[in-house]
Design a protein. Structure first.
Length: 290
């Protein structure tokens, strides 16, 4: 863009959409009238369609591609959308219009504090049918006290029954020798440390199952939904992707996602491994618990 300033010239990008989510978010989904995107299939370049490729040459090349590579290299579809950790998340299915949360619905809050990145918090409400709704979020680069006050203000709007926080909150602040957790406690925001040990894969599986409608219910009805106003949550669901080696054929496939676009989803993971329920059995009076 800097090189185009003198004459305000146009910029053309020709590419195969392999692994850059920003191209999809900033360009392909752009509502700017000055940004125009076109996709094309390799078949558009065949001789019989007015191009220069023979079908034999195309099929020879395509036969060497994986199914995932075909999406990007043959059809021009964004590969990062195919390599998403939560590939079953569909905005048409899982995003719902915001509605009032009744006081009898328990709400769980998950917090992922940071020093250099924005702090993240997410709230999940549980319906009487045991459906989970992401009803609110905070993604804000601010001091821990200011962030905590906002989190407490939002939590007080609901029947918040539990607030989980990342274990990094136990690391002392270099300047004040206090932890994020103790600073939050001082402003009245009590938290419980999230269970993270050996829970990463389990939490991802549980979120995937809740999106697909498997797991506890055993049917194909989704259990996890996101309010349309929770834009950061929606963004992360679409852009949280698996990491890949540059040469997967020789080095294999990585099983771990990239550590990016996951701050809200980390909070959601803390909550879902707690098996949030609409109600819990009350203890029988007179029964001794030792």
């Amino acid at each position: 863009l800097r090189g185009l300033m003198l004459h305000n010239g146009p910029m053309w990008l020709t590419l195969t959409p392999i692994a850059e989510p920003w191209l999809y978010n900033d360009l392909f989904l752009s509502k700017d009238n000055d940004v125009q995107c076109y996709t094309g299939s390799m078949e558009d370049a065949l001789v019989e369609n007015g191009g220069h490729l023979t079908r034999e040459a195309m099929e020879s090349f395509v036969s060497k591609l994986t199914e995932e590579e075909k999406e990007a290299r043959v059809y021009g579809r964004f590969k990062h959308l195919i390599g998403r950790v939560y590939s079953s998340f569909d905005e048409k299915i899982h995003v719902v219009e915001k509605f009032f949360i009744p006081k009898d619905w328990p709400v769980y809050c998950g917090i992922d504090p940071h020093t250099r990145k924005p702090n993240a918090a997410v709230w999940v409400a549980v319906s009487p049918e045991e459906s989970l709704y992401v009803v609110n979020e905070v993604y804000w680069k601010a001091g821990i006290e200011a962030f905590g006050k906002l989190v407490k203000e939002i939590s007080d709007q609901y029947t918040t029954v539990k607030t989980l926080i990342d274990t990094s909150s136990e690391t002392p602040d270099w300047n004040r020798r206090e932890t994020a957790r103790t600073m939050l406690a001082k402003i009245g925001l009590k938290t419980t440390l999230a269970r993270k040990k050996n829970q990463k894969e389990a939490s991802r599986l549980m979120i995937q199952q809740a999106l697909e409608g498997r797991g506890d219910t055993g049917d194909q009805t989704p259990r996890l939904f996101v309010f349309d106003a929770c834009k950061r949550t929606r963004f992360e669901f679409m852009n949280y992707v698996y990491d890949d080696y540059r040469d997967p054929e020789s080095r294999g496939v990585k099983e771990e996602p990239k550590k990016i676009n996951d701050d809200i989803l980390d909070g959601l993971a803390y909550l879902i491994v707690e098996h949030p329920r609409y109600s819990t059995p009350k203890p029988i009076e007179g029964l001794f618990h030792g």
